[in-house]
Design a protein around this ligand. Structure first.
Ligand SMILES: NC(=O)c1ccc[n+]([C@@H]2O[C@H](COP(=O)([O-])OP(=O)(O)OC[C@H]3O[C@@H](n4cnc5c(N)ncnc54)[C@H](O)[C@@H]3O)[C@@H](O)[C@H]2O)c1
Length: 719
């Protein structure tokens, strides 16, 4: 035994070959937390003193190789001053450099995911051999940072600048054959042969058959590029990368490129210092704080879903009522995750439409070679379209997705309750109607919950699971488990009109409507909000949702929250709807929808819209600067989120932020509405609420914000 820790051990195998194994005790994965970093340094010191070692392999005893750094530790570390972050990174790198400099060859045996720090660990070895089941990559930019354990230095030297920039800036992990093609690994082998293959490589190094010193030398030296080559490599990378993500919104790739540009012509130790400085700069951006927070929120939401699922009944067959946009989507999603589902409608043509949509989506996957035609047939056969309730007696859960009309929903739910087994769960996909109200029509309200999918179902990750007053924990648990089984991320919320996501979205539409009334141009508002980071501005969003759906939802919300969602004027959305402009579905909403020369849908700001909007615009039109547009719409949105926390509609800021990102596309780099308020500072936020309070209750600061500001609190921990 060369070194024994509870994260890392180094043992001797045969013929002077050591095995450095990552095997974090009581953990499901290996990661670089502070303790592992410390033990790595100690293990390297032990190896430095051991004269018997002639070569070494790096292995993992877990399913993953090394998952990366411990992201929970980032929250505290990134609060430190930039210079301290840099010093910390330089310090960690010391062990990596000393490991690289050991006087014998080293081979990484990559059995599973080698991500971030895991990939960087393999890069300090001279050779890398990878199981055909593993993946490897540097996904740090997705967290608003970039590799800081020598990853930008060694990858540029090992796979070349262009490849390294692509690997780092996109953050997409590579499968074995792609990694081999890039030169990121030297061989791929079947999983069972991995250790033997690694030992074989070390032996070849020891015998001199492989020139491992030359491989190492390559990593220690500057990249030899002349000025012209360098300019070309970096300029084309910048063009490609900035076209994909706006560097103002996602600065990490830009800082990574700028850092690499500074260190390519430096030897290793100097280059590592430059990398550490760039890393610290990225770590101090608000985007890094948001994206690290988002990662942790995502983990929390998934953990909560697991906890919620504990009391779940087994679901072997489901049914959906309604084969429209949502019912068809739900049936497709269930079937594609292996769950048989009955799809019932009252109109045969709707069933044909639902099946047609499912075939179209599956057909595209076959076209892209992501599915075989046989698998497509198998998936489609899991959906059983029907016009009657014949087979409903065995079903474990029925998801109701008929038209958004409380009376129709209540009568359909009552009818189906009489036909299913006693413990069958009934779930409504209503967008706005209170679950407690719908439950009044039922004999077994404890078996009834809300299950709110988003459109398009196959793409939108969120499902709100809504607890009505009488919903049982088993019904919640079963619905949460079903959503997870369908590949979705469930968030459990309590009942109220609009639940969480739509309750927050409608005041935002209300703020948009008020801006238009006072003279703002809808196309300009869209541009400003898209620049702010939304995937689409409010006018385009309502066109996609449908103005009819919007008006209908607004009525339900106005009844539920008249103090802030019932305007005393007729807004633009209502007026356009009355003029039969329904949005994308009939080709005219705020925008006119045309097809371009290539047959792709194109939206154009329509003169007819401006003409119509004269009727709902004040005669004394005001001009708004971009910040006013952002502040007014975001206040309405964020205030309602806080009110949902106050009313216990949603339990935690983490769940609220995740729901808004996954449900309506809140800009991820801003971390969600609660993070947005934190980053603005609660006092500043409060001052903004006061500035706009005269516009109505939706803009007034909720009591929770006042209390938090007075107590100096924030939504997320500050250290
Ligand atoms: N479209 C969206 O963006 C969206 C998003 C989330 C939730 N929702 C909600 O999902 C539900 C369905 O919306 P949609 O957009 O799919 O509507 P849709 O009009 O496309 O489909 C409704 C379907 O229900 C069928 N139907 C009517 N009465 C029925 C009955 N008694 N039994 C069986 N089928 C019946 C209709 O024939 C139609 O096929 C609504 O409650 C809506 O609020 C919609």
């Amino acid at each position: 035994m060369v070194y024994q820790g509870n994260r890392i051990t180094v043992t001797m195998l045969e013929d002077g070959i050591a095995n450095m194994q990552y095997n974090a005790e009581n953990e499901s994965v290996n990661k670089f937390d502070a303790e592992t970093n410390k033990q790595f340094g100690e293990a390297v010191s032990a190896l430095e003193k051991d004269d018997n070692v002639k070569g070494l392999i790096v292995t993992s005893s877990k399913g993953v190789f090394i998952a990366g750094a411990d992201i929970t530790e980032f929250v505290g570390s990134f609060k430190k001053p930039e210079s301290e972050i840099k010093d910390w990174v330089v310090d960690v790198n010391d062990a990596f450099n000393r490991f690289e400099d050991l006087p014998f060859p080293k081979v990484a045996a990559i059995n599973g995911a080698a991500l971030g720090g895991g990939c960087e660990m393999t890069l300090v070895c001279e050779y890398r051999v990878m199981s055909d089941k593993a993946i490897i990559g540097l996904p740090e930019t997705q967290l608003g940072i970039f590799p800081g354990f020598g990853g930008t230095v060694r990858s540029t030297r090992v796979i070349g600048i262009d490849n390294a920039l692509e690997l780092i800036a996109t953050g997409t992990p590579k499968k074995p054959l792609d990694a081999l093609k890039l030169g990121l690994v030297d061989a791929t082998v079947p999983a069972d042969d991995l250790q033997d293959a690694a030992i074989d490589l070390v032996k070849k190094c020891i015998s001199g058959e492989l020139d491992w010193q030359a491989k190492r030398e390559e990593k220690l030296a500057p990249v030899k590029l002349n000025q012209l080559e360098q300019a070309m490599a970096f300029n084309s990378a910048k063009g490609m990368i900035f076209a994909k993500a706006n560097p103002k919104q996602y600065p990490a790739p830009a800082i990574a490129i700028e850092t690499i540009e500074k260190h390519v012509n430096l030897p290793r130790d100097k280059a590592i210092e430059v990398e550490a400085a760039g890393f610290a700069k990225a770590a101090k951006t608000p985007q890094a704080e948001s994206l690290v927070g988002l990662f942790l929120n995502d983990q929390l939401v998934k953990k909560l879903a697991k906890q919620h699922s504990k009391k779940a009944h087994e679901i072997t067959e489901a049914a959906v009522l309604g084969a429209g946009i949502m019912g068809g989507g739900i049936a497709y999603q269930a079937a594609s995750k292996g769950l048989p589902i009955i799809m019932k409608d009252i109109k045969a043509e709707q069933l044909d439409l639902g099946m047609g949509e499912a075939s179209k989506l599956l057909g595209k996957m076959v076209e892209r070679k992501k599915m075989t035609p046989a698998k497509m047939g198998e998936t489609l056969s899991r959906i059983r379209p029907t016009l009657n309730y014949g087979d409903f007696s065995d079903t474990d859960i029925v998801i109701e997705a008929v038209v958004e009309n409380p009376n129709v929903k209540r009568s359909v739910l009552k009818e189906v309750e009489g036909l299913v087994k006693d413990d069958c769960i009934l779930a409504s996909n209503t967008s706005t109607i209170s679950i407690t109200y719908l439950a009044e029509a039922l004999e077994r309200p404890e078996n009834f919950v809300g299950m709110h999918f988003f459109n398009p179902v196959h793409r939108m990750p969120l499902v709100e699971v809504i607890r009505g007053e009488k919903s049982s924990e088993e019904a919640i648990a079963t619905t949460v488990a079903l959503a997870s089984k369908m590949g979705k991320v469930p968030v459990v919320v309590n009942d109220c009109p609009g639940f969480l996501v739509n309750r927050v979205l409608f005041p935002y539409f209300g703020a948009f409507d008020l801006l238009l009334k006072q003279g703002a141009d809808f196309a300009h508002v869209d541009k400003v909000m898209e620049k702010f980071g939304w995937p689409m501005g409010p006018a385009y969003l309502i066109d996609v949702v449908g103005l009819d759906t919007g008006v209908h939802g607004a009525e339900v919300m106005a009844e539920g929250f008249p103090d802030r969602m019932k305007p005393d004027y007729k807004g633009a959305i209502q007026h356009l709807y009355e003029n039969e402009r329904l949005g994308q579905k009939n080709g005219v909403g705020f925008y006119k929808y045309e097809t371009d020369k290539r047959g792709k849908p194109k939206k154009v700001a329509d003169d007819a819209t401006y003409e119509l909007l004269k009727a709902t615009t004040d005669s004394d039109k005001q001009a708004f600067d971009d910040q006013a547009i952002i502040d007014r719409t975001m206040l309405a949105f964020c205030n309602e989120t806080v009110r949902c926390l106050e009313d216990n509609i949603v339990s935690t800021p983490s769940e609220a932020d995740m729901a808004m990102i996954m449900g309506v596309g809140f800009p991820p780099f801003r971390g969600g509405p609660c993070r947005y308020i934190d980053q603005m500072g609660l006092d500043n936020y409060l001052a903004l609420c006061e500035k706009y309070a005269h516009l109505g209750k939706a803009y007034e600061a909720p009591q929770k914000i006042r209390d938090m500001a007075a107590a100096g609190e924030t939504f997320y921990a500050t250290a």
